[in-house]
Design a protein around this ligand. Structure first.
Ligand code: UD1
Length: 361
């Protein structure tokens, strides 16, 4: 059996770290293709390094651009690789332009597509990630869901075939790498345990709209007068902060370059709580036993907001929500939403079983 994994953006590289191990264990040949959607060292190479992921067999060198440019270029270049390699299955992850491009290429060439992190849904429906998810789920043969809610979302859309609840591969990674989290990062930045918060902001609706970005930075500025705020900043957010002339609000915030996985998790583990619009980080905060203020109108990880663990916030009310997080005590941590840490194993075994049974008839 030959499988192609297509990755391209930071969270997909992280997810690949688990699956490449499982595929290797099962003796499945994996061709690793990087679209090049993320290309800065801190957004891509560093994750290969710290998570010990094999070098990509192909890098499509797509880079940044409009959504059509990124999706279209990825499709054109990826199709060439698929036609050359003749895989039995194509694996795509998450909700990026790379994901959709890979799913379109595979389904049009009639090669089964497996979608890892299927069934996540959130408002607004026109956000690029939501468009990518919905379309990828429609054309994938295997839909590997990280939560029960995700399988229910698919059911509501009448997608029931090929749907598997596996648990979340990011939880697998969290458990596996926990002993290696770099907590010494707090010394590097002169931080004290539980006396700082970690924030990341990168969604287009928060960064590409001046009033939203301004409101967020003003709130963070207010918060930073009470507690240290550490902000590993995404390149998009950095550019937009400069473009909208908002740098005056970042003076009191500890602005740092994006961090590798082990340093980021070390930072989160020792923090008081997290403020983010990242889908991955709001869950990782929960894995680490930290609460998160989620600066989004909605989240794909509603289990955590429904349970009151995470709190949604508008850009201009982050400080008020922070007071809720500090003053409300929440009884206990919601348990076992994202599986048992064996999502990667389950994904590979479902694929293998199905492949073996399809050899006949
Ligand atoms: C993408 C995904 C999002 C995921 C996120 C993780 C889409 C539509 N969105 O968002 O689901 O949560 O990755 O980070 O695919 N840039 C650089 N260097 C890089 C990468 C990006 O400078 O290495 C800058 C460029 O200006 C680029 C902008 O960041 O235009 C946005 O990058 P892009 O890949 O389009 O989307 P993300 O916001 O990273």
């Amino acid at each position: 059996m030959k499988l192609i994994s297509l990755i391209g953006a930071r969270p997909q590289i992280i997810k690949e770290a688990i699956l490449n191990q499982e595929l290797e264990t099962e003796g499945i040949e994996e061709i690793l293709v990087h679209s090049g959607q993320h290309y800065d060292f801190n957004m891509s190479d560093v994750f290969f390094k710290v998570l010990n992921i094999k070098k990509a067999d192909y890098n499509l060198g797509i880079g940044s651009g409009t959504h059509a440019e990124m999706t279209g270029k990825t499709m054109i270049e990826f199709e060439k690789v698929v036609l050359k390699e003749h895989p039995d299955i194509i694996l795509v992850y998450g909700d990026t332009n790379t994901t959709l491009a890979g799913a379109l290429v595979g389904s049009k060439l009639k090669i089964p597509v497996a979608h890892v992190e299927a069934g996540i849904r959130q408002e607004p429906k026109d956000m690029p990630e939501e468009i990518n998810r919905v379309l990828t789920d429609r054309i994938s043969k295997y839909l590997f869901c990280p939560s029960k809610l995700a399988t229910n979302n698919l059911k509501k859309e009448n997608i029931t075939e090929g749907v598997y609840f596996t648990g979340d591969i990011m939880y697998d990674l969290f458990l596996k790498m926990k002993p290696h989290f770099d907590e010494s990062i707090i010394n590097k930045f002169n931080l004290e345990e539980n006396k700082y918060i970690v924030t990341t902001i990168h969604r287009d609706f928060n960064t590409d709209n001046k009033s939203n970005l301004e409101a967020i930075l003003k709130e963070l500025d207010k918060i930073s007068k009470e507690i240290k705020v550490v902000f590993p900043i995404h390149p998009r957010t950095k550019k937009q902060t400069k473009k909208f002339d908002l740098e005056q609000y970042t003076k009191n915030i500890l602005m740092i370059e994006p961090l590798d996985y082990l340093s980021m998790m070390g930072l989160v583990q020792k923090s008081l709580f997290v403020i983010t619009d990242s889908g991955g980080l709001q869950k990782e905060a929960y894995f680490a036993g930290k609460r998160a203020i989620v600066v989004m109108p909605d989240t794909g990880w509603r289990e955590l907001t429904d349970a009151g663990w995470n709190i949604l916030s508008r850009p201009d009310e982050i400080k008020d929500k922070m007071n809720c997080v500090i003053n409300d005590t929440i009884d206990s941590k919601v348990e076992n939403i994202y599986g048992d840490g064996n999502a990667g194993k389950k994904i590979v075994s479902y694929i293998l079983n199905d492949f073996n049974s399809s050899l006949y008839f």
